[in-house]
Design a protein around this ligand. Structure first.
Ligand SMILES: *[C@@H]1O[C@H](CO)[C@@H](O)[C@H](O)[C@H]1NC(C)=O
Ligand SMILES: *[C@@H]1O[C@H](CO)[C@@H](O)[C@H](O)[C@H]1NC(C)=O
Ligand SMILES: *[C@@H]1O[C@H](CO)[C@@H](O)[C@H](O)[C@H]1NC(C)=O
Ligand SMILES: *[C@@H]1O[C@H](CO)[C@@H](O)[C@H](O)[C@H]1NC(C)=O
Ligand SMILES: *[C@@H]1O[C@H](CO)[C@@H](O)[C@H](O)[C@H]1NC(C)=O
Ligand SMILES: *[C@@H]1O[C@H](CO)[C@@H](O)[C@H](O)[C@H]1NC(C)=O
Ligand SMILES: *[C@@H]1O[C@H](CO)[C@@H](O)[C@H](O)[C@H]1NC(C)=O
Ligand SMILES: *[C@@H]1O[C@H](CO)[C@@H](O)[C@H](O)[C@H]1NC(C)=O
Length: 561
């Protein structure tokens, strides 16, 4: 269908080679994984979360010589999972660790530190437990410099209170450890491996465990590292144990009661730790498999998403504004993996009209094409050398008659030789239905003055053929419920707040009607994206979900396009 169209686009070039993108790429959008995809792959640079930057280089924290964030994130994930009872189907990765801070088994700052790194990104599409799993993936990725990319799934559900206790502690005997790991779903061999995987980075903090690592100087935080490559996810922990050159406090520390690694590593006669010492590949593949299982250990009834996969081409921001002059402005940003680009690639978007008919050379009116441009600052990368992808962001803006409208678009990338490849999102284009669209140019956000907290959104939405939505148009905001116990303020639980939009006016000479609302929230934190929904008879329902407040004019980070 697109053949003619692509050739047309390439006509001006000397060579008219073209090919269609790989059919196995994930299809956009996917509500379950898109937010995690962004957080996972866009690590550092243009408008990224920068979470992974804390783990960069698996480095020791600035000014805190005993502290490696990556090691803390790994420990956080294990402690969160470790109260799982796989037979009963309870516990696992559910962020309940944040309600279990007062327990001896959860000594140390790792848990609140992990929370601090990720909490701003908690949404209904990226739970705290999902973010804890993400932090583990970053930790292992950063400490292996991208060699180990633990597959990430989404969909974990955050606990609303503490779970049972049961994190293994160093003073316990081997029978107790074996039973704990079995409860978590790891047999005796897997226990050995998982402990070695957990103890290949970081060390034991003297401040938190003075009976294991004697405090040298109470004003300086000190760690006794598990192996000589404290910042590398490698099998040194196993090699040094087998060689008897280890300085792992849990294997050879002066306190024999807390030599749990010694007891665990020798519990099968030294076979598994020996295998891990013999091959770094075996070590890393075993760890990747077990850590993946660890973060996928969730309470029964929780359904995890598919593995989060990279989109080579992904719409990043789309904005549709209808005007009195009967045109609609289509603008936005598309993220493209650098592997698809050359230095002088040209990027063009081809818009299919509202009718859904794919745009072609003979379309009447002619199909709309926008040339997208980029700038030096519009790039992002990841914190590993072996990066799954780096990206360039391309910005576009064009307009089409409102009567023509838009339903979807495809992205064409042409290199300097004229060879063009089109990315059509698995065949149907990237959907952009024009029925229910927030109007950024007519909306704005009032941020409070210093010392005040209220944020007010003045939202205008354009609705096409509004008379079909007999049950009205509404916005759904998500507000964190207030903690009932101050000790439990660690995880936001979002409750929907539904607000109807009021009809404002019809846009003369078109089938669009504007609706609006004013909504004030009384806190600055957890500004969760909102949805807009239009409902009619016979189950007719159109929605426009996960609208980021930060896109709107007046927001500190509003996007000006
Ligand atoms: C643990 O499970 C693995 C398979 O995942 C198996 O190869 C190993 O023998 C098991 N170990 C024990 C002690 O049952
Ligand atoms: C060794 O560790 C155990 C468990 O933490 C503790 O009870 C004991 O006092 C420690 N022994 C020494 C000599 O510090
Ligand atoms: C402990 O560390 C502090 C801060 O670095 C230093 O000023 C002090 O001299 C140290 N004390 C000892 C006994 O080494
Ligand atoms: C391991 O090393 C320690 C200290 O260097 C030594 O006392 C011990 O005998 C060694 N053990 C073995 C099995 O070689
Ligand atoms: C229509 O109005 C929009 C918004 O004011 C403007 O950007 C666009 O250039 C106008 N188009 C025409 C054809 O006048
Ligand atoms: C903030 O909003 C609340 C609830 O809408 C309102 O009672 C209060 O007066 C507002 N405060 C300010 C400073 O606007
Ligand atoms: C919102 O709609 C009302 C009518 O329902 C109208 O009076 C008002 O001007 C509209 N506000 C904006 C910002 O469009
Ligand atoms: C409004 O919609 C009707 C029915 O779909 C259509 O016939 C008409 O042409 C539209 N009007 C405009 C101005 O687009």
């Amino acid at each position: 269908m697109f053949l003619q169209y692509i050739l047309l686009a390439a006509l001006t070039a000397t060579v008219t080679l073209w090919q269609l993108a790989v059919a196995t790429d994930p299809v956009w959008p996917n509500d379950k994984t898109d937010e995690l995809e962004r957080l996972l792959f866009e690590q550092e640079g243009f408008r990224t979360s920068e979470i992974a930057v804390f783990a960069k280089g698996c480095a020791v924290a600035l000014g805190q010589p005993g502290r490696i964030f990556a090691a803390e994130w790994l420990r956080n994930a294990y402690h969160d999972m470790a109260t799982a009872d796989v037979l009963a189907g309870t516990g696992g990765m559910d962020a309940s660790i944040l309600y279990e801070q007062d327990r001896d088994e959860n000594e140390g700052d790792a848990f609140l530190e992990t929370r601090a790194a990720v909490a701003d990104f908690q949404t209904r599409r990226s739970s705290m437990a999902d973010l804890f799993a993400l932090a583990l993936v970053f930790a292992v990725g950063a400490c292996s410099d991208g060699d180990i990319l633990v597959p990430l799934r989404g969909g974990r559900v955050d606990a609303t209170g503490p779970g049972p206790s049961g994190v293994p502690q160093p003073h316990e005997d081997i029978a107790s450890h074996t039973a704990s790991f079995a409860r978590q779903g790891f047999n005796a061999t897997e226990m050995i491996a998982l402990v070695a995987c957990g103890h290949t980075i970081g060390g034991v903090h003297d401040k938190d465990f003075p009976t294991i690592v004697p405090v040298k100087n109470s004003s300086v935080e000190n760690s006794q590292f598990f192996d000589t490559t404290r910042s590398h996810f490698d099998n040194r922990v196993a090699i040094e144990f087998v060689d008897n050159t280890t300085n792992n406090a849990l294997a050879v520390g002066a306190n024999t009661t807390t030599r749990s690694d010694q007891r665990i590593f020798t519990s099968d006669g030294g076979k598994m730790i020996g295998d891990m010492a013999a091959s770094n590949d075996y070590f890393t593949s075993t760890c990747s498999r077990l850590l993946e299982r660890m973060i996928n250990t969730v309470p029964r009834g929780v359904v995890l998403s598919d593995v989060v996969e990279l989109y080579p081409v992904k719409p990043w921001f789309l904005n549709l504004g209808v005007s009195e002059n009967r045109t609609m402005t289509l603008s936005g940003i598309v993220r493209i993996a650098d592997a698809l680009l050359t230095k002088s690639s040209q990027v063009r978007l081809h818009f299919n009209p509202r009718s859904g008919k794919p745009c072609s050379a003979t379309s009447n009116p002619p199909c709309a094409v926008a040339t997208a441009t980029t700038a030096d600052s519009m790039k992002s990368t990841c914190v590993y050398t072996k990066c799954p992808a780096t990206f360039t962001y391309f910005q576009f803006k064009t307009s089409v008659p409102i009567s023509q409208g838009v339903s979807s678009f495809i992205v064409e990338i042409m290199d300097e030789g004229g060879a063009a490849v089109t990315y059509d999102n698995g065949g149907n284009g990237f959907p952009w239905p024009d029925t229910l669209q927030p109007q950024l140019q007519l909306s704005h956000v009032d941020y409070p003055a210093h010392g005040e907290f209220n944020i007010t959104l003045h939202l205008v939405v354009a609705v096409l053929n509004a008379e079909q939505f007999t049950s009205g148009i509404e916005a759904i905001f998500y507000e964190p419920t207030e903690p009932t116990d101050p000790q439990f303020e660690q995880i936001a639980h979002f409750s929907p707040v539904t607000v109807p939009l009021a009809m404002s006016n019809k846009l003369e000479g078109t089938n669009y009607t504007f609706y609006n609302l004013t909504y004030t929230r009384t806190r600055l934190d957890h500004t969760h994206p909102f949805d807009v929904v239009a409902k009619g008879g016979d189950g007719v329902e159109v929605s426009n979900t996960f609208n980021d407040w930060l896109k709107f004019p007046g927001s500190p980070l509003a996007i000006d396009i």
